[in-house]
Design a protein around this ligand. Structure first.
Ligand SMILES: [Zn+2]
Length: 219
């Protein structure tokens, strides 16, 4: 995946899980760079599917290693099912016409990595849940949790929003002054520094949105 594809993927993940993407834009840049390094060999389409499968099985925020290990597993599975020679035609995810270079090399590399780690086992969900106790119903959390509205409700209950700096409520809307996306902090117009406050016009937009959304509710 390229950097642009990683940003695309993180945008999509943010729609279903607000715990994954960093709120601070400087941290976000570091995050994108890190994900791009870990997922260099993983195609975007595969990563998207892997994220969906992750949230079908886990209530934990997806991490790049979760996607990378699914990719390794898939490549290894396909290689194990092949006859011992690495034929591109044995690998439906490789298009011999289109993927003559990168995907083929990526698959070979992933194969070597899979062999290098030997009996690599993705860490089981139960091993990731040391604190499963009475409050969480003794292991029931390890059951399948679909990534839908129900999932999000349950997630909010079990994993209350992190105490990330909440920032002003005006961040809920797009900033017309500096162009900050919803939930992203405003940046100074000249030096693009992250601001703890919001631009006046963003406050106006937020006030207008709030008066339409929650008729009568005081913010
Ligand atoms: Zn702004």
């Amino acid at each position: 995946m390229t950097l642009a594809e990683v940003i695309d993927l993180l945008d999509r993940i943010a729609l279903v899980d607000d715990r994954v993407v960093r709120a601070d834009e400087i941290e976000q840049e570091a995050q994108v760079t890190m994900w791009a390094a870990v997922l260099r060999d993983v195609p975007l389409a595969f990563a998207g599917e892997a994220v969906g499968r992750h949230y079908a099985e886990s209530a934990w925020p997806v991490m790049p290693k979760d996607i990378a290990s699914r990719w390794r597993d898939q490549v290894r599975d396909r290689l194990n099912r092949s006859t011992g020679t690495f034929e591109p035609t044995d690998h439906p995810h490789l298009d011999p016409d289109e993927d003559t270079g990168d995907a083929y090399v990526a698959a070979l590399r992933a194969h070597r990595r899979a062999i290098a780690v030997g009996d690599h086992e993705p860490v089981g969900l139960r091993e990731l849940m040391p604190a499963v106790g009475s409050r969480l119903g003794g292991g029931r959390l390890a059951e399948l949790v679909p990534a839908n509205d129900e999932f999000r409700t349950v997630k909010e209950e079990r994993f209350p929003r992190r105490e990330r700096p909440a920032g002003p409520p005006e961040r809920a809307v797009h900033c017309p002054a500096c162009g900050a996306s919803p939930d992203k902090p405003c940046r100074s117009l000249e030096r693009r520094r992250v601001l703890t406050t919001c631009h006046g016009s963003r406050r106006d937009v937020h006030a207008a949105a709030a008066s339409t959304d929650n008729k009568g509710d005081q913010p």
